[in-house]
Write a new protein. Structure first.
Length: 313
């Protein structure tokens, strides 16, 4: 199975700001369907960056300069569900987190869909599995999250030693199940990697979280194979300035873990494989050089460069 690679960046800026209410000049249309919701957000003044909108933990489905559209299932995006005697209520937070020094205030707004509770309705206790797949280009996301990964971070200011929550995901769409991995990650003092950039390695050697050997950084247990969550301890690097985190993401066959397709962090006194600690021997190469063992393991990688506007002015 071929892998797909994408370079993305997250910008961390040392400034705090409050959340405010929804500006009056915005138009928001909510259409609650059976099992999913469509939210259309329009900025009449065309001053806001629509890419900074989040519905719970989800990024917009489609974007223009003035409009953001979310079409999402209630099982995604960390929707909250409340069941009463007669009602079935789904709620989530629409948030807009502005960059520092922006003249546009940040805000948060409650989104609610309310239904009559169907007779005999009970929560699902399983997730259906599909075997179909497609060949279209994959769509990756990465962003800063709050402490419990339930929504986007409300601040991009992180005191030294605190935990930075980062979540990346790949849209499954009609593909067969995918396992998302972080191939590499470095912190830099520049928004684009350049020869003169000061670098701090975070993940190297095809998925080895080297920062975990000297900090509390770690991969968090997965909730979905198509997501990966990283708790990164804020480090002393470019103190007082801006830090840019550049990451390479790979979508892979969940059954194809190997020396070059893995997620490893240092725990207690040794390396541990995130997805199956009993096979942590795959992480042994983190102390040397991780290379494919056989030629048939080599694949053609599609390189796609993208500058993520998350938390950017």
């Amino acid at each position: 199975m071929a892998s797909f690679f994408k370079n993305l960046r997250v910008r961390i800026i040392f400034l705090n700001y409050p959340l405010r209410s929804l500006p009056l000049y915005l138009d928001m249309k909510l259409d609650c369907k059976g099992g999913f919701v469509t939210l259309v957000w329009t900025d009449g003044r065309s001053q806001m960056d629509t890419s900074l909108l989040r519905l719970g933990s989800c990024f917009p489905t489609s974007l223009t300069d003035r409009e953001a559209v979310f079409t999402v299932d209630f099982n995604d995006c960390n929707f909250r569900r409340l069941v009463t005697g007669k009602l079935l209520i789904y709620s989530n937070d629409l948030t807009y987190i502005t960059p520092p020094n922006s003249v546009i205030p940040s805000y948060i707004d409650l989104i609610v869909c309310e239904y009559e509770r169907p007779r005999g309705w009970y929560p699902q206790v399983y997730e259906p599995v599909f075997s179909t797949y497609g060949l279209e280009e994959l769509v990756f996301h990465i962003g800063l999250m709050n402490a419990d990964f339930s929504g986007p971070a409300e601040s991009t200011k992180f005191p030294l030693g605190s935990i930075i929550a980062i979540m990346a995901s790949v849209e499954q769409q009609t593909h067969q199940p995918l396992l998302l991995l972080i191939d590499e990650c470095v912190a830099a003092t520049t928004p684009e990697l350049q020869p003169e950039s000061s670098l701090y390695p975070l993940i190297t050697n095809k998925g080895c979280l080297v920062d975990s050997k000297k900090s509390r950084s770690k991969f968090e247990p997965r909730r979905k194979t198509s997501e990966i969550r990283l708790s990164l301890q804020a480090f002393r690097f470019a103190v007082g300035g801006e830090v840019f985190i550049h990451c390479g993401l790979v979508a892979w066959d969940p059954n194809g873990l190997g020396n070059t397709k893995k997620a490893c962090h240092y725990k207690d006194y040794g390396w541990e494989l995130l997805d199956d600690p009993t096979h942590s021997s795959l992480c042994d190469c983190c102390e040397s050089s991780c290379k494919a063992r056989k030629m048939r393991d080599l694949v053609t990688v599609q390189n796609v460069n993208e500058s993520l506007r998350q938390a950017s002015p």
